[in-house]
Unconditional design. Structure first.
Lengths: 427, 427
């Protein structure tokens, strides 16, 4: 029997190593960080067999444990997946450096020059589930933004993640940077997560990335500040001025392109005055594509295959081929419904009327609001921000896609020539 | 006997009223918000006797309860204090509106136009101690930035705060805005604070403003995200290249101008090579000004009145006329000492050598780093940001002074012409 490891001690030691590494990484030049990223990509390609063999071991264990097919799918790495991870690291290397940028600068009447300059967040803890490619993405994004990171992936992907982290650490060392800037928690003990959440002052930020129950537990328990990614109960609203063809195409795409992502539309709102004209064809095409529809009384009348929606449906993120549909009087009712039942993630209006679009974009209190486009564009890559760690549904620090810019904070550098503060001047 | 009030129910009702008010306030024009601020200032001046009478009642109760003189000082409102509060509201009205600003804008290859636009944070809970002017400042800053606020001041100042909030609510109503955008918790029951900390999804942000024990309790217990203001263990570091006169003047100001504010210097670091030349005169002038000095072995040798500093002194925020002094080898040792013992608030270097200053400004991991200026400039007003709610020592969202700009977040408005997302394009 192996002796029980002291998880608290392990996580504290890792956190302190990360803190030391962060101070070194914060001084690294953009060239050094990019060299580390490019070497990590090269390592991955050179050792893709090793990564895939590690993944095979994870897959075998997961199959023996009877993991569901959807989870096995997410866990599986193929040659092309390794290539994709390496490409992502190279893409991250190509971004402008997010650290050391002058965000604002001004001079005071007393001659003090004040500069707000971007700096890394510090030490980031990322807690995620079984997708091993998150290991590479998150490691690369943190490295680029000058943050040290402690990765805690799902135990199902432990071997895969180990092999990936090894490549990232070799990249760091190649560039003269501390390998401990990217560490992986290697114990499957669930206590490790709890310990990470108590490391205030050593870990600066916790980012949960995964299902709602994981995220909710972390938000509830964490003593370290978090960047939240909760659910995406996204809406598409069809205004009476909408172009009929555009409304149908966007609705189909927003719901059915991928049903399991957080930007998928879960609820469709339609102006009552336009329902007769637009809804029958939209319902037909959705059902033809394999979507189950739950509607309010009016919607049920259009098609016998539509079942009756309950109050609960309006608040539900299905993450599946199911859509709730509700008719509304006008844009104000649509906005009120979304602000009440939505999750402040992503919501869209389809309208030709510019005034209605403005009311919607201003009034809906969500991280992302769209006019005449699919909610499935809620994605850091689609926004041109490169990779993302997730989509923040919180209001502090970052809202929407969390890319390298959102993984930084700022400090004020104030330059004077001997200024002292007057005795009576304020507090 | 009055029946016990249900504090949980009270705070929930107030929070929901604030949420409703916030949605209306978020739609208010800059002109409306400014009209509310100006009318509030007018109300305060017109009813200054009422405010002062309310404050007299608070003062009498506080004196009878045997409150310390320092606390009585903070509680006391004079005619000139009411005038100062009114002036602050007028100054806040004169600032550019922080909401609805385009922070960034770009177009994607598929024609989607992406705009990042500033919006209010939402509903803010501010928990503070007995200074009644915080009621006016915080109310005004939140109003300007479009946030609804629930104020929970010290029970000692309840009557004063009530009278002040009445003026603010009259200002809101005058401008056609909901009075409930500014609410005061009127029960002295301490449970009220605990209830505020659990209102996730209704209160968006909690800002504690007060002593370390209050703040630490809130950071520990809050389920609502917080903007932290912890201690200010600030340093001034005198590099060997420093101008002797500037070093003396800045040190005296940084320590002694006001010893009780968070930007006061608590620890002085001096290059060993310059200690002989600079320290005796600085120590002399500090002691002459009434400062107690605790020094390391080298420093003790310069003056018999210097007592020996312990390890604990390096980590202590005295908030008093006490200073610890340590000699260091060079700028690297100074930076390492500050990053280890400091509180990431505000730290300054006095140096003529530009390279040393750069090493310090880059290396010290604090919200504010200064070159050749007093740490007492750590203040939103001195930064030209107008009033401030506090100085954030956290890393997420806001660092340094928290003014109206830091009381906003952003959303993405994405404008398309029918774009749908390609099936195979990423996740």
């Amino acid at each position: 029997m192996t002796p029980a490891i002291d998880v608290e001690k392990l996580i504290r030691a890792m956190s302190e190593q990360a803190r030391t590494a962060y101070r070194l990484l914060a001084d690294a030049s953009p060239e050094q960080k990019n060299a580390a990223l490019l070497e990590s990509a090269r390592e991955m390609r050179a050792h893709s067999e090793r990564i895939i063999a590690a993944n095979d071991a994870d897959m075998l264990a997961a199959e023996n444990a009877g993991l569901a097919n959807a989870l096995l799918d997410r866990l599986k790495l193929k040659q092309v997946s390794v290539e994709a991870m390496a490409n992502t690291l190279e893409e991250i290397a190509s971004f402008p450096d997010p650290v050391g940028k002058t965000l604002a600068e001004w001079e005071r009447p007393n001659g003090l020059r004040i500069e707000r300059v971007s700096v890394p967040l510090g030490v980031i803890g990322i807690i995620y589930e079984s997708r091993p490619n998150v290991t590479a993405d998150a490691g690369g994004l943190c490295l680029k933004s000058g943050n040290a990171v402690i990765l805690r992936g799902g135990s199902d992907s432990l071997n895969s993640s180990k092999a990936i982290v090894e490549c990232l650490r070799k990249g760091l060392q190649f560039a003269g940077l501390p390998g401990d800037a990217i560490q992986l928690v290697q114990t499957p003990d669930r206590q490790a997560v709890g310990e990470m959440l108590t490391m205030t002052g050593i870990i600066d930020v916790i980012i949960p990335r995964g299902g709602k129950s994981l995220t909710e537990r972390i938000l509830k328990e964490s003593r370290v500040p978090t960047i939240q990614h909760l659910d995406g109960n996204c809406h598409t609203y069809i205004h009476q001025s909408a172009d009929a063809r555009m409304a149908k195409e966007i609705t189909l795409n927003a719901k059915m392109r991928r049903t399991g992502i957080c930007g998928a539309t879960e609820s469709l709102l339609v102006d009552s005055d336009a329902a007769d004209k637009l809804l029958p064809e939209i319902i037909e095409s959705l059902i033809a594509a394999g979507c189950e529809i739950r509607g309010d009384e009016t919607v049920c009348k259009f098609d016998s295959r539509v079942t009756s929606a309950s109050e609960e449906d309006w608040a539900t993120e299905y993450l599946d081929a199911t859509l709730s549909i509700k008719t509304v009087k006008d844009v104000s009712e649509a906005v009120a419904h979304i602000n009440r039942y939505g999750s402040h993630h992503t919501d869209a209006i389809i309208a030709e009327d510019a005034a209605a679009a403005k009311l919607f974009l201003d009034g809906v209190d969500s991280a992302i609001v769209l006019h005449n486009a699919s909610t499935q564009f809620a994605d850091g890559g689609e926004f041109g921000m490169g990779g993302e760690i997730g989509i923040s549904t919180g209001r502090l620090h970052a809202r929407g896609p969390v890319g390298i810019e959102q993984l930084t904070t700022y400090k004020y550098a104030v330059r004077g020539s001997g200024q002292t503060r007057l005795p009576a001047d304020g507090s």
